[in-house]
Design a protein around this ligand. Structure first.
Ligand code: NAD
Ligand code: DAU
Length: 351
């Protein structure tokens, strides 16, 4: 069983790494990638595997119930790995409704299709929902999020993800739908859209543009290399316990300002610039509304129960990431035109 796998949001950042890993790992399983190709979706992310025999791309919206139902019927879907989402906190502050629609309505649309098509034969089926540590709220200077930390989302994005988590659990308790949820910390790596901190800074350093650090740069995030997240997702697909939640994290906390300085130093070396030159671009700007102070994940459950661990340390991961963006100039140039320019202006210049 678990032969026909529907991955949603597979043309996005994390989704493309998951699709690639699954297509390569399971030549005898069929991988169906359903993605609406919003501004964040990009088929260039999957160019290397697009012609593989076990891979099919479907352009479409997870909120389209008729389409989702037809995919379950046509392809005998027995597994859903659900990543499709509106994922950027700043955009959720500008326009919450897209987040409510995709993250909540879209998730319920998928849950309903799974419930309908799997009916009473739940054996060998899996609805795996990918979520975020942001559902737990904001930490002070100490402490960690565990799987039992009460939910306390504080942005429209995290509230929409928390709602979707609650609905997935509700379908488990009410209908016995076989679900797993994982909540992960901040990912970084190749193919991340340059609205997020690390690729935005890489792009701006490269182009000698101001580096907009929100507030005083004292907010803390726990960074995980994206391929380590994809490996954790594969492990949970294979060995996760139905009905359970697993936290995934980098155990790698950085204050934003320290991280941006580290990137500046690394890029000065890579670009043969005098030491200290990129740091001069750092500009402190108006803080994000409701900016969560600190996220930090306790991931001992997935480590102790399933043997997962991070394989890429931050030094290696940042270098791999910077090298990738510098070597893939065309990818970067393609995504920073059009929609990105108007978003950038709204977020950083007009406010
Ligand atoms: P992303 O924004 O890079 O990609 C999202 C993808 O979903 C895009 O390809 C987009 O086209 C697609 N999509 C959006 N709306 C859709 C819809 N209505 N129908 C079909 N497809 C749609 O996001 P990401 O950073 O790769 O995050 C993927 C998932 O992981 C999200 O659920 C996010 O909440 C979660 N997550 C992200 C991080 C992180 O650091 N990026 C950390 C933890 C959890
Ligand atoms: O924790 C997991 C979450 O991580 C995911 O669920 C989200 O999808 C993902 O976007 C990410 O959310 P963050 O808000 O933490 O990531 P972002 O890269 O937007 O910001 C990281 C930190 O950097 C945050 O404290 C805000 C700050 N920041 C961000 C940007 C884009 C800046 O100081 N300047 C910026 O220009």
């Amino acid at each position: 069983m678990k032969q026909n796998i529907l991955i949603t949001g597979g043309a996005g950042f994390i989704g493309s790494h998951v699709v690639r890993l699954f297509v390569k790992s399971y030549p005898n399983k069929r991988i169906y990638n359903l993605d609406k190709l919003t501004y964040a979706g990009n088929l260039e992310n999957l160019k290397d595997i697009q012609n593989e025999a076990n891979y099919t791309f479907i352009k479409g919206d997870i909120c389209n119930s008729q389409l989702v139902m037809s995919l379950f019927e046509k392809y005998h879907i027995d597994t859903v790995i659900h990543l499709a989402a509106e994922s950027h906190v700043d955009r959720s502050i500008i326009n919450p409704m897209d987040f409510i629609q995709t993250n909540i309505v879209g998730t319920v649309t998928l849950l309903n299709a799974a419930k309908h098509y799997w009916k009473d034969a739940y054996e060998g089926k899996l609805f795996y929902h990918i979520s975020t540590d942001e559902v737990y709220g904001s930490l002070g200077e100490t402490g960690y999020f565990t799987e039992t930390t009460p939910y306390d989302p504080r942005s429209p994005y995290s509230a929409s993800k928390a709602s979707s988590d609650h609905l997935v659990r509700a379908y488990y308790h009410t209908y016995k739908l076989p679900i797993i949820i994982s909540n992960c910390s901040n990912n970084y790596g190749p193919y991340q859209f340059p609205e997020k901190l690390i690729p935005l800074m890489i792009n701006n350093i490269k182009n000698m543009k101001p580096l907009p650090v929100y507030g005083k740069g004292e907010n803390v995030r726990d960074w995980l290399y994206v391929e380590d997240h994809a490996q954790a997702i594969q492990l949970l697909f294979e060995k996760g316990k139905i009905g359970e939640t697993y936290n995934i994290g980098g155990e790698n906390e950085w204050r934003n300002i320290d991280l941006v300085r580290k990137l500046c130093q690394l890029m000065d070396k890579k670009l043969n610039r005098p030491a200290g030159s990129s740091e001069q671009l750092i500009t402190f700007v108006k803080d994000r509304a409701g900016h969560d102070l600190r996220y930090a994940i306790d991931c001992s459950k997935i480590k102790n129960e399933l043997g997962w661990k991070q394989s890429v340390n931050f030094e290696q991961g940042l270098e791999l990431t910077v090298d990738w963006y510098l070597q893939n100039e065309q990818w970067l140039n393609n995504v920073i035109t059009g929609e990105y320019e108007s978003y950038y202006e709204k977020q950083y210049i007009l406010r």
